[in-house]
Design a protein around this ligand. Structure first.
Ligand code: ZN
Length: 286
C-alpha cells in the first residue's frame, strides 16, 4: 500500500499497556451485546465470556528502545493512516449525500479492554461497539492474521480496519439498529442469516473505501487487492469452522463463507458504488 498521501487520523486512542479489571460480573444485556459484536469478526464469543477473569496482567516494564517498540510505533502510524484514509473517503461520500460523517475512534489495546459494550479480550479479535462508536483492536491480531489465518500483507491489515469502519457506517445509517431489532425477534437460524448479511455488507463497504481511496489518492499497489481478497477468504466462516472444529456447519455461519466474503468485498472494490452493497433486500445470497 502507498499511504504517503494519507494523513494520520487524530482519533486513535492508545490504551496499550493499561491494566483492565473486570468491574461487573458477567451476564445480562451487556453480555448479549458483546456476543453480537464479537461475532462481527468471526471469533468464538465464548472466549469473551470467561467470567472468572478478575484482572489481566499486562507487563509493567517494557525494554526501552527495543525493536518491538519500533515496530509498534510503525504499526500505530499505519493504523492511524488507514483510519485517516477511511475518514476522508467516508466524509466525502456522506457529504455528497448531504449528510455528515461522524468519525469513529479507534482504540488500541493490549490483552483486554473495557468498552461501552462490555469487557472484551484480545482473543475475540477486533470489534466495533456501536454504543460508544469505537473500533477496538489489539495489534497482536495482525500476527494471528499473518500466521494463523495465513493472510499476510499490509492491505490485509487495512481491510480489517475498513471492515470495522464499515460497521460504523452501518451504525450511522441506522442499519445496525434495524438488524439488531430484527434479530431480537428471530430464531437463531434467522438471526445468523441476518448477521451474515450485516457482515457481508461491511465487507462490501470496506471495498467501497478501497475503491474511492485508490481513485482519489492512489493507495493500492500491485498485489494489494489479492491480499484483501485472501484475507476475506481466510476469515470466511467455513474456513474458520474447519480450523476450529474440523468440519463445516453452514447454519452456524454468522459472517458468510469464504466465497461470499470475497464476492462482496470485490463488489465494493470494483464498483465503488454504495448501492451495490445492499445485502438485505436481496433474496438468498449466493
Ligand atoms: Zn464484522
Amino acid at each position: 500500500m502507498d499511504l504517503d498521501r494519507e494523513q494520520a487520523s487524530q482519533n486513535v486512542e492508545d490504551r496499550r499497556g493499561r491494566r483492565v479489571s473486570r468491574g461487573v460480573a458477567g451476564g445480562g444485556i451487556g453480555t448479549i451485546i458483546i456476543i453480537l459484536l464479537a461475532l462481527f469478526f468471526g471469533f468464538d464469543p465464548s472466549l469473551l465470556l470467561q467470567g472468572n477473569v478478575q484482572e489481566v496482567n499486562v507487563p509493567q516494564t517494557q525494554s526501552p528502545q527495543s525493536q518491538q517498540q519500533g515496530r509498534d510505533d510503525e504499526m500505530r502510524e499505519f493504523v492511524a493512516r488507514v483510519l485517516g484514509s477511511t475518514e476522508r473517503t467516508w466524509d466525502q461520500i456522506f457529504r455528497a449525500a448531504g449528510q455528515t460523517y461522524q468519525k469513529p475512534t479507534l482504540v488500541l489495546f493490549s490483552d483486554a479492554v473495557e468498552s461501552a459494550c462490555g469487557f472484551a479480550q484480545a482473543a475475540a479479535g477486533p470489534f466495533y461497539c456501536g454504543a460508544d462508536q469505537k473500533l477496538y483492536i489489539d495489534l497482536s491480531f495482525y500476527r494471528d492474521l499473518r500466521q494463523r489465518f495465513q493472510a499476510p500483507g499490509d492491505f490485509a491489515q487495512a481491510y480489517v480496519i475498513a471492515h470495522e469502519v464499515g460497521h460504523h457506517v452501518q451504525n450511522l445509517l441506522g442499519i445496525m439498529r434495524q438488524e439488531q431489532s430484527l434479530q431480537s425477534r428471530s430464531s437463531e437460524l434467522e438471526a445468523n442469516a441476518l448477521s451474515v448479511r450485516l457482515e457481508l455488507q461491511a465487507d462490501c463497504l470496506a471495498g467501497i473505501w478501497a475503491n474511492h481511496a485508490h481513485r482519489d489518492r492512489g493507495i493500492l499497489e500491485q498485489g494489494d487487492i489479492e491480499e484483501g481478497l485472501n484475507a476475506a477468504a481466510q476469515i470466511g466462516d467455513d474456513r474458520m469452522q474447519k480450523r476450529a472444529q474440523g468440519y463445516v456447519v453452514p447454519e452456524g455461519f454468522t459472517h458468510g463463507s469464504a466465497q461470499q466474503r470475497v464476492q462482496w468485498f470485490r463488489r465494493g472494490v470494483q464498483s465503488g458504488d454504495l448501492k451495490q452493497c445492499d445485502t438485505f433486500s436481496r433474496g438468498p445470497l449466493s
